[in-house]
Design a protein around this ligand. Structure first.
Ligand SMILES: [Mg+2]
Length: 394
């Protein structure tokens, strides 16, 4: 838990359009390259870091860029190609966690708290993401890691190009305060001018100005907003665009199951796998459904709504066993498939849950296994013979 205090990652591809082009143009590596309109009124859409060294930046008129660096290579944009590359990038990001909020084609926030069982700290996640993007896609990315979105974005900016910057919680202000105030979100030209008149150059200067003074000069909302930012505070959570409506696990058995005991044993395995998937997705759920398909292909589903959302294996198992299993004829017909799914999902990343570390998955499983063993003997839980495992196809 401790090691995951800084759980927000900002992943930003470096000179994205240019690097996508360079994958096919090895001859352009290490050279000043821009992507953008080549006509008289064209502007720079992306500039390689070699081009930026000449003072070229995005949105600059192309004629100006050519003047700064006559040898710059100008490539016309191919947005279809960048869109496809962007999809590859986001597929990799979502393979780490579904809690991915895209900001643009080449930039996203990730909340990686759900990965704490898989990595010792968020830096490991950030390094893993950079490696995957580099190895699978040959694309460089910079990663910022901090306690919130605002600081993570500034951290990735500080990491560029092709770097990683981790800002530990207790170093947030030491990182933030020396930065120029215009880097803050919401500081445009007019605000910047007002702040300069107040003698504010750095974020640290801004933090020294009483909130009331900021409100007087910038207005209530902007004053309050900037005061919060100057102290590194940002309560917005990472909001994935499409939270799954339900998460399920199911198995078709090579040999039909018979009897309540074997079904309970499988239910236990399913509860544990479902728990694992919910936690990886960073969600908890309330609507638990059990599906059973008999050997004659008749399929029945029964659902129960839980009082509180959960992702704990033991709770899932008990809820299914106590509320749902009795609604099926378990001894009458052989069973071909068992599935368990959870719907009415909510993000498990609500701030209130930060303080409470939940019991380890294996503790829950151990309890549940023990329960079944006590009731039915140790032979009741054995390895399942899998025919198809839907988890592996994703
Ligand atoms: Mg970028």
């Amino acid at each position: 838990m401790e090691a995951f205090t800084e759980s927000v990652l900002h992943v930003d591809m470096d000179a994205f359009f240019v690097e996508v082009e360079r994958r096919e143009r090895v001859d352009l590596r290490g050279r000043p390259v821009v992507v953008g309109g080549t006509g008289r009124r064209g502007v720079v859409a992306a500039a390689s870091y070699e081009a930026r060294a000449y003072g070229i930046y995005s949105a600059m008129p192309m004629v100006h860029a050519r003047r700064l660096c006559p040898s710059v290579v100008v490539l016309p944009p191919d947005h279809h190609k960048y869109r496809a590359a962007s999809e590859q990038v986001f597929r990799i990001l979502r393979s780490f966690t579904p809690v991915v909020e895209s900001l643009s084609v080449d930039e996203a926030f990730l909340d990686v708290r759900g990965l704490r069982r898989h990595y010792s700290d968020p830096v490991g996640v950030g390094m893993g993401i950079r490696d995957r993007l580099r190895q699978d896609l040959e694309l460089p990315a910079s990663v910022g890691i901090a306690v919130n979105k605002f600081l993570a974005k500034l951290a990735s900016e500080a990491a560029k190009p092709d770097g990683l910057r981790h800002v530990p919680a207790n170093e947030s202000l030491a990182f933030l305060h020396p930065l120029p105030v215009r880097l803050l979100w919401g500081v445009g030209e007019a605000t910047h001018a007002s702040l300069e008149r107040l003698g504010v150059a750095t974020v640290g200067d801004l933090a020294e100005v009483p909130e009331a003074t900021l409100k007087k000069h910038l207005g209530e909302a902007a004053g309050a907003h900037l005061h919060e930012l100057s102290w590194g505070r940002d309560s917005r959570s990472v909001v994935p665009e499409s939270v799954a409506k339900s998460i399920s696990v199911e198995e078709t058995y090579e040999h039909d199951l018979r009897g309540k005991e074997s079904v309970e044993g499988e239910l236990l395995r399913h509860a544990n796998r479902l728990s694992s998937r919910l936690r990886t997705a960073g969600v908890t759920g309330r609507a638990l459904t059990l599906k059973i398909r008999y050997a004659d292909f008749t399929t029945l589903t029964r659902s129960v709504t839980l009082e509180t959302p959960t992702d704990v294996a033991r709770d899932l198992y008990r809820a299914a066993r106590d509320n749902l299993l009795g609604k099926f004829a378990l001894d009458a017909k052989p069973i071909r498939l068992i599935g368990v799914s959870m719907a009415r999902l909510t993000s498990a990343n609500a701030p209130r849950q930060l303080a409470v570390d939940r019991p380890a998955k294996w503790d829950d499983l151990a309890d549940a296994v023990e329960h079944v063993r006590q009731r039915y003997g140790s032979g009741s839980i054995g390895p399942a013979r899998l025919v198809g495992d839907p988890e592996r196809e994703e």
